[in-house]
Ligand binder design. Structure first.
Ligand code: FES
Length: 103
């Protein structure tokens, strides 16, 4: 089953990512050529996969765990719904989730 996430870039352009359940948003964004470094490949050792989740989707995500929160605390442009996109995995419940790339 193909699932989707929608990424809004800093110019307001929308990019539809397609993947399968369990794939993380950071990896899909990199494959799509979006400017997400994901330097640690999802091991919670950087914050270069930072994205801002649209508020109506944010409550559907699992809570932020301590290790993610420690990295989020290093982000200068942190927003209330900021998350590390490597920790967001596609699922049927999150099909169509919308996230914004930080400026
Ligand atoms: S890719 Fe490094 S924390 Fe997400």
């Amino acid at each position: 089953m193909q699932l989707h996430a929608i990424i809004i870039d800093s110019d307001g352009g929308e990019h539809i990512l397609t993947g399968r359940a369990g794939e993380n948003i950071m990896q899909l964004a990199r494959i799509a050529g979006l400017p997400i470094a994901g330097e640690c490949n999802g091991s919670l050792a950087c914050a270069t996969c930072h994205m801002v989740v649209e508020p109506n989707w944010a409550d559907l995500l699992p809570p932020v765990e301590d290790s993610e929160e420690a990295m989020l605390d290093t982000i200068f442009t942190l927003k209330p719904t900021s998350r590390l996109s490597c920790q967001i995995r596609l699922s049927a419940a999150l099909d169509g989730i919308r996230l914004t790339l930080p400026a």
